[in-house]
Design a protein around this ligand. Structure first.
Ligand SMILES: NC(=O)c1ccc[n+]([C@@H]2O[C@H](COP(=O)([O-])OP(=O)(O)OC[C@H]3O[C@@H](n4cnc5c(N)ncnc54)[C@H](O)[C@@H]3O)[C@@H](O)[C@H]2O)c1
Length: 311
């Protein structure tokens, strides 16, 4: 899709998490919100007042068929992503979709096929790549501050019972959404972003804490990366009895980084820090959902041309 004008015209489908997309577009001078969609009338009404969007609809096809709209942001429940993304891509729209891509492998492949065939650009919103603490960790690693990585770990540890409204499609036995796909994909993506592709995985899961939910609530996976013999670990639980955390640790030959997306600093232990016994607490902004960073990045990609993969 050709976009010569400065602002990209966007439609947002699904307005809960998508409400954060909407806010980011409204705050940005790079986008113009042309349409919003949700099947929840009250929410739609509230967001219509907040955004003054010219098109307000309960039918996502009306967003996709709006010739003015260049980009469709999709933030509906996971099991709807494939159908909605594929329709938007087939219509030649750019698409920013919330994670996870989809809940079934075949659906993921179908989305990739549609993205390959489309005039539009497709981006999956892996928002941890825009969290200041994780971005800083990656930069420090790339600048050699902890030497060669040998062990990396991340976790998505949540208690879904403390999240109002999450006993919805997430708990539906027919949909079979699990914590690894739903939230653990953040931790997996983070490790792949920093450590590269994974060659081999072994995993165990149990279902002790939330037996009434459709899938195991707790999983541990050991990973062997393709790069330089790095090994790693991903812990995912949707039933931890503590506040949400995505604590991640990167162990290298010259130091270690301990970081997350909810603390005001990250910890750097490094042989390369002079005079401080090799330790520094580095302040960062807390922005676990930096959707503004995500849409700024997308704007750059759209203005610079299609890129399929980004490490
Ligand atoms: N990036 C993150 O950190 C993050 C955080 C939370 C959720 N998510 C993802 O965002 C997506 C949405 O999650 P949520 O927490 O907002 O879920 P939710 O169930 O709270 O909200 C989904 C919204 O989509 C609307 N909707 C459902 N079907 C629709 C349809 N056919 N057309 C239009 N609107 C429809 C619902 O009315 C609701 O307002 C999910 O894929 C979820 O995994 C990502």
């Amino acid at each position: 899709m050709k976009n010569d004008s400065k602002k990209i015209k966007v439609g947002v489908v699904g307005l809960r998490m998508g409400g954060e997309h909407l806010t980011a577009y409204l705050k940005s001078d790079k986008y113009e919100v042309v349409g919003i969609c949700d099947i929840d009338e009250q929410l739609l009404d509230r967001k219509a007042k907040e955004s003054n969007a010219p098109q307000v609809t309960k039918d996502y096809m009306a967003i996709i068929n709006n010739p003015e709209i260049e980009l469709v942001s999709i933030a509906t429940p996971d099991h709807l992503h494939a159908e909605q993304c594929i329709k938007a891509l087939n219509a030649g729209k750019h698409v920013l979709a919330e994670k996870p891509l989809a809940l079934k492998l075949e659906e993921c492949k179908d989305i990739i096929k549609a993205a390959d065939a489309s005039q539009g650009t497709f981006m999956i919103g892996q928002v941890c790549r825009f969290a200041p603490g994780f971005k800083m960790a990656k930069e420090l690693i790339e600048n050699g501050m902890i030497g060669d990585l040998f062990f990396i770990e991340s976790e998505y540890a949540h208690d879904y019972e403390t999240c109002p409204g999450w006993e919805n499609w997430r708990k539906d036995h027919a949909i079979r959404r699990n914590g690894v796909l739903g939230g653990g994909c953040h931790a997996v993506d983070l490790l792949r972003w920093i450590g590269g592709d994974v060659e081999e995985v072994t995993a165990f899961a149990n279902h002790k804490m939330m037996p009434e939910w459709p899938e195991p609530d707790t999983t541990i996976a050991n990973l062997k990366f393709c790069n330089n013999g790095i090994i790693g670990k991903v812990f995912v639980s949707i039933s931890v009895q503590r506040p949400y955390t995505m604590r991640s640790v990167f162990y290298g030959s010259a130091g270690t980084i301990v970081c997350d997306n909810t603390s005001p600093s990250i910890q750097l232990f490094s042989h390369k820090i002079p005079g401080t016994r090799g330790f520094a607490e580095l302040p960062v902004n807390i922005a676990s959902h930096n959707i503004s960073g995500e849409v700024d990045y997308l704007y750059k990609v759209l203005k610079e041309g299609k890129q399929r993969f980004e490490k």
